[in-house]
Write a protein that binds this ligand. Structure first.
Ligand SMILES: C[S@@+](CC[C@H](N)C(=O)[O-])C[C@H]1O[C@@H](n2cnc3c(N)ncnc32)[C@H](O)[C@@H]1O
Length: 249
């Protein structure tokens, strides 16, 4: 069961900040241009497009569990792109790939142990995993402000048995899980990456606070965002802390 619904077209429009973060991660993946690479959690395909450019004689398989995201990626990348709707936790590929790139995705997945075992199974021996996702301490300041609003009525009643969906793991535990999942080598580290998105309201309501907004009845969503934004300093800074992963199968 996905932890949230995505609107691929909105994500595509508003995700320049995420793309900029992801392109830095892509720089870590050395490529000759002939490899087959999996984009794990490709979203609307902005990062997939950059990956395809770096592989003129290679192949990109882009996987996402959200049909709406894959529709947006199809619109961006055209009919020949190899795009697949699939859950990474149940990933099956015909042949092992040379590398996996994943950005801003793993923190949406609760079971990292199973995830890493699936990714390891999708890689050839010696294949590389280069990834980044939200890590320990991610958006702590923002989450604190949001908790203040969640405690107020009429919002509180929609969040009584609700848990935030994110899995913000730390580097040591992640390294252990990668090795337990069959990776031969793993290096994991945290980087603070505060960002000031251009359209903070839409960025927060579409991406960062999407799960909260979706939990509320339609008529409360705008006032919820008003109250969150009123508690944030200007310009709005999203206090990202990213977990970086470099693994070798
Ligand atoms: C924030 S988007 C990141 C998209 C893109 N990689 C980027 O950096 O902009 C997270 C994506 O992860 C996908 N996702 C989350 N859990 C997944 C899973 N278990 N299997 C496949 N995709 C998943 C979501 O559907 C969503 O498209």
């Amino acid at each position: 069961m996905p932890v949230r619904e995505w609107d691929g077209a909105s994500y595509d429009r508003i995700s320049a900040t995420m793309e900029a973060l992801a392109l830095e991660v892509l720089e870590r993946l050395e490529l000759s241009g002939e490899e087959t690479v999996l984009d794990a959690g490709c979203g609307s395909g902005r990062v997939t497009a950059a990956l395809i450019e770096r592989l003129p004689h290679g192949h990109v398989i882009a996987v996402d569990e959200s049909p709406s995201m894959i529709d947006a990626a199809r619109a961006r990348l055209g009919p020949d792109a190899d795009l697949r709707v699939a859950d990474l936790l149940a990933l099956e590929l015909e042949k092992p790939v040379d590398a996996i790139l994943s950005t801003a995705t793993f923190h949406w997945i609760a079971d990292h142990q199973r995830l890493f075992a699936r990714l390891r199974a999708a890689l050839r021996p010696g294949g590389r995993l280069v990834a980044q996702c939200g890590g320990e301490g991610n958006i702590e300041i923002l989450r604190g402000r949001v908790r203040t609003v969640l405690a107020r009525e009429p919002y509180a009643r929609s969040f009584r048995d609700w848990q935030p969906p994110w899995n913000y793991a730390g580097p040591e535990r992640t390294r252990e899980r990668l090795l337990a999942g069959g990776f031969a080598q793993a290096r994991c580290w945290l980087t603070p990456a505060p960002r000031q998105p251009e359209a903070p309201r839409e960025f927060l309501s579409t991406i960062v606070l999407g799960p909260h907004v979706q939990q509320l009845p339609g008529e409360l969503r705008e006032s919820f965002m008003d109250e969150v934004l009123a508690l944030l300093e200007q310009p709005v800074t999203v206090d990202y802390v990213r977990l970086n992963i470099d693994g070798v199968a």
